[in-house]
Design a protein around this ligand. Sequence first.
Ligand code: NAD
Ligand code: 6OD
Length: 497
Amino acid sequence: MQTLVMDRTRQKSLKSWVDGEYVKPSAGGESFENINPATGEVSSQIVVADQDVVDRAVTAAKRALVGDWGKTSAAQRAEALYRVASEIERRFDEFLAAEIADTGKPISLASHIDIPRGAANFRVFADIIRSASSETFQMKSSDGTDVLNYSIRKPKGVVAVICPWNLPLLLMTWKVAPALACGNTVVVKPSEETPSTATLLGEVMRDAGIPDGVFNVVNGFGAQSTGEFLTSHPDVDAITFTGETGTGEAIMRAASIGTRDISLELGGKNPGIIFADADLGVAIDTAARSVFANCGQVCLNTERLYVERPIFDEFVAGLKSKAESLIRGDPWAETTNMGPLISAEHREKVLSYYRQAKADGAQTITGGDAAEVNNGFENGFWVQPTLWTGLPESAKNVREEIFGPCAHIQPFDDQDEVIALANDTEYGLASMLWTSDLTRAHTVAGQLDVGLCWVNSWFLRDLRTPFGGAKRSGIGREGGLHSLEFYSELSNVCIPH
Ligand code: NAD
Ligand code: 6OD
């Protein structure tokens, strides 16, 4: 039954959304197939936004900056964002169907995390902009004159929002909501794998009374296509990007032309550290989520686990049992808790790491291969959840981000050793630490070179907190006031009086 809902809500041809309406495909224009990763079937055709469509989107966004939107107060924008959140909730089932069709992720995940967070992002940033203050300083100049300095928060202008496929609505709205809260206009380039919820958001913006041109979506590929047309457009004032580190570097080069501001949320190779004094049952349950959630396709997933030697065997056995209890299958079944990988290409990449582990002499604790799912899902992009031990720290699988449902587990003997192991990576996004010793938790958390450290927890998000990565995991922080810093330009006014 649910599959029918999914089909009804999807456009056969997924077009870009520019200046408050769908863009008519031009004769002879390019389009490509949108594949449902759970079934391998074509779910729609995506019409590529060429240079002309990207130009129109940026022009519409630039025009909207000085229209009604440019005259709104922060409080009015906050009200508008609340309406957007309500409209997402009103169309919850459509968003759910679109996200599940694009990603194949289980309904248990999409209905509890992805879609609710899409709405929550708008409410949170509405509240933040409503209560945001600005700096003021009073001084006396050398001749005794009183001087007041205060700062005014202005929008940056047209913001290009480039998104990945793993949490499509969640990560897009995480950027769009603060950008709009600050009075910017946006042109979004969703991933070519997952354009449906971004496109649906266009209709939501219209119905929530957001003026035409404030929110635009251009669909297509990245390099030498829609994404690059957008990031290299001279009228784009700032670029916010989430995706692979290599892509981030290419986008950084594009941003350097015209000295545009940039925020980069990139890849990771996140460590999880489990000390022997941890509550082992909870640590194993949570570690299983942190390795396998979203089929390992969350930038915050743990791919390296370091376990103190006395509990190593028990931890490995517990995690193996969790991995083997995961249920793959129909994303609409409430019992399914493991989806497919996003594409055939990504599955091949993940399987190449599975083969690499064998070639490097890893001990495979569980998994290590593609997976079969029946009842209409035979052609989906399934793999087995996989755990290894016994690889050296120099092994490819311990160093490179795999972005699949897998992790390497390594024993350790002391605190300094494990801090050094955890930090021995070019990435620095997230980490997870399990201990019942609070002093140790503070000490170790303070020494990990990461943007985020979860103690006795994982992916527990307060949207007001700074989010971002150290080292090659990114540049800048978003979240709460940090998002306001990125999405607004501060102008200082100095008045002697
Ligand atoms: P990706 O870098 O391949 O693509 C992301 C987006 O960039 C897509 O929309 C793509 O079309 C576009 N793009 C690609 N090349 C471009 C170019 N030259 N110019 C402009 N746009 C271009 O990433 P992905 O495969 O979609 O996502 C997975 C990656 O994202 C993983 O590395 C993961 O760690 C990372 N990620 C990071 C975070 C974070 O918050 N740090 C969050 C989610 C995902
Ligand atoms: O929760 C968030 O705000 C966030 N940015 C999550 C990122 C997940 C990466 O895949």
